[in-house]
Design a protein around this ligand. Structure first.
Ligand code: HEM
Length: 470
């Protein structure tokens, strides 16, 4: 399992007239260095530590200092972990809990046990697929506003696509969670502070490996405190306004507050409301922004797919701006997003901590081990996906579907992403609205190198120019 990489990382990025293998690190082909060096490397670049042999359907383990790390990379065992033995494997890794607790407190994303059970029902109801249509107009208006802004940019101006997509999805989720009255300045302040927060937290909690079952709290540096203070300040004000009856009556915060009034047994105090609002906001925009950014990169290189996508949008929508009602008929747009999520899953690693000792296959797993399910590996496993490194949206078309539990960009089981329908619909609709008007052109020769912190994004963003479609 995993290789230690001492030489510079080599990236593969191959384009021919009808196939595209987008950027990924070449598999590591020798083992050198100690496991501790490996851990330190993974801390910097988790995606480039994998050997050819790790891209196999299997379960494997290593012992690292005081901990067993178990890599679960087969559909059968993923199902065991996330569905059948959910009770034992529901807890997030200490790294994830510690990294986010300063910001999210006991928010759904990092809670477990009773708190998670109570809040899960509440949050998933609020972002449930049945409610998604009511957020359609927000998605549509916000994407159309971006079209209008792009129309004012001078021809040939270079934009950072990641930044543009982050602004778009943050605005959509801010309007959906907090109501239309958040305002651009406060939405920007929350987004910037989230980005800052991500850059400040460590991607590995070393204390866990030397014996602290729950890791140790992250260091609250002045910069970290300052970004948290800004986010909490803004979210608290919105929650207070809603509690005082001054909020937007269709927003997710308002739904949370109404639910709190109906179900006092949930004991949702102001802090809990803030934690859940911040959780939905955080979980709901980064991921979709990363998805859209990668989709633009893939389309910009694979001209044959881009052309077919334009034809589909023109055929389905004609002269109209695409709407929510068009989404079910935008089959290729959806397949492009699904294939993007396969190649570049925004959450590239799902890490868990088992509460009790267990055995999976022939591997004994002591309590409090680290369980890694790695969509980045799983989705590129040749036994599960033909030509796994190639961009082929058609694998999601004409009723074709991946093998169950081989495709998990939204996780699976009781902890599956409750925003799955919101995120998918948003990504398809935004892609269609923007692609109807513009081609996003990434400069020839630019390799979008994947980098993973909390989410998987192109390192240093994605430069591009915009070309208006006739
Ligand atoms: C393309 C977009 C998205 C992707 C790929 C995605 C992916 C994920 C994944 C993989 C998890 C589970 C993480 C883990 O188990 O460690 C998750 C959890 C979660 N997501 Fe999403 N997500 C997306 C959009 C959204 C949206 C739009 C919302 C809200 C509107 C949302 C809300 C949440 C919440 C609240 C959780 C925690 C659920 C729990 O722990 O029970 N997500 N998401």
């Amino acid at each position: 399992m995993f290789g230690w990489r001492s030489a510079p990382i080599r990236y593969i990025d191959r384009l021919t007239s009808n196939s595209f293998e987008p950027a990924h690190a070449a598999p590591f082909d020798a083992t050198r260095g100690t496991k501790l060096q490996l851990l330190l490397h993974a801390r910097k670049d988790f995606l480039s530590i994998w050997r050819e042999d790790d891209f196999r359907s299997k379960i494997d383990s290593i012992q690292l200092l005081g901990r067993k790390i178990v890599l679960v990379n087969s559909p059968e065992f993923i199902r065991e972990v996330v569905v059948k033995r959910h009770e034992n494997y529901q807890r997030k890794s200490p790294q994830m809990r510690r990294a986010l607790e300063v910001l999210l407190g006991d928010g759904l994303f990092i809670s477990d046990g009773e708190t998670w059970k109570n809040r899960r029902a509440l949050v998933s109801d609020i972002v449930h697929m049945n409610r998604v249509p009511s957020f359609g107009p927000i998605m549509q208006t916000t994407a159309q506003e971006l079209v209008q802004r792009w129309e004012t940019l001078p021809a040939g101006r270079t934009i950072n696509v990641l930044h543009e997509m982050a602004g778009l999805t943050a605005e959509i989720i801010a309007r959906s969670v907090f109501g239309n009255d958040l305002g651009k300045d406060r939405a920007d302040a929350v987004t910037d502070s989230f980005t800052k927060y991500q850059s400040l937290i460590d991607s590995i909690n070393l204390a866990y490996f030397i014996g602290f079952d729950n890791g140790l709290p992250v260091m609250k540096t002045p910069s970290l405190r300052s970004s948290v203070r800004k986010i909490h300040g803004i979210v608290d004000k919105v929650v207070e306004d809603h509690l005082a009856g001054r909020g937007d009556h269709h927003s997710m915060v308002d739904l949370l507050i109404r639910r709190r009034q109906r179900n006092p047994e949930l004991k949702l105090d102001v802090i809990a409301l803030r934690n859940e609002a911040a959780t939905i906001f955080m979980a709901g925009h980064e991921t979709t922004a990363a998805t859209l950014t990668w989709a633009w990169y893939l389309l910009s290189r694979a001209h044959w797919v881009e052309k077919a996508l334009h034809q589909e949008i023109d055929r389905v929508c004609g002269d109209r701006v695409p709407t929510m009602d068009d989404v079910p008929r935008l089959e290729l747009c959806k397949a492009v997003i699904e294939e993007t999520l396969r190649l570049y899953p925004p959450v590239p690693i799902l890490a868990r901590q088992n509460m009790k000792a267990d055995r999976l296959g022939d591997i004994d797993i002591p309590a409090q081990s680290l369980i890694l399910m790695v969509p980045w590996l799983l989705h590129r496993t040749p036994e599960l996906f033909e030509d796994p490194h190639l961009f082929k949206p058609e694998r999601f078309m004409n009723g074709r579907k991946p093998i169950p539990y081989s495709y998990i960009p939204f996780a699976s089981g009781p902890r599956v992403c409750p925003g799955l329908h919101f995120g998918l619909t948003e990504a398809v609709l935004c892609l269609a609205i923007l692609a109807r008007n513009f081609r996003v052109v990434v400069p020839d020769g630019h390799v979008a190198i994947p980098g993973a912190r909390l989410t998987l994004r192109p390192q240093d963003g994605l430069p591009a120019t915009l070309e208006r479609r006739a």
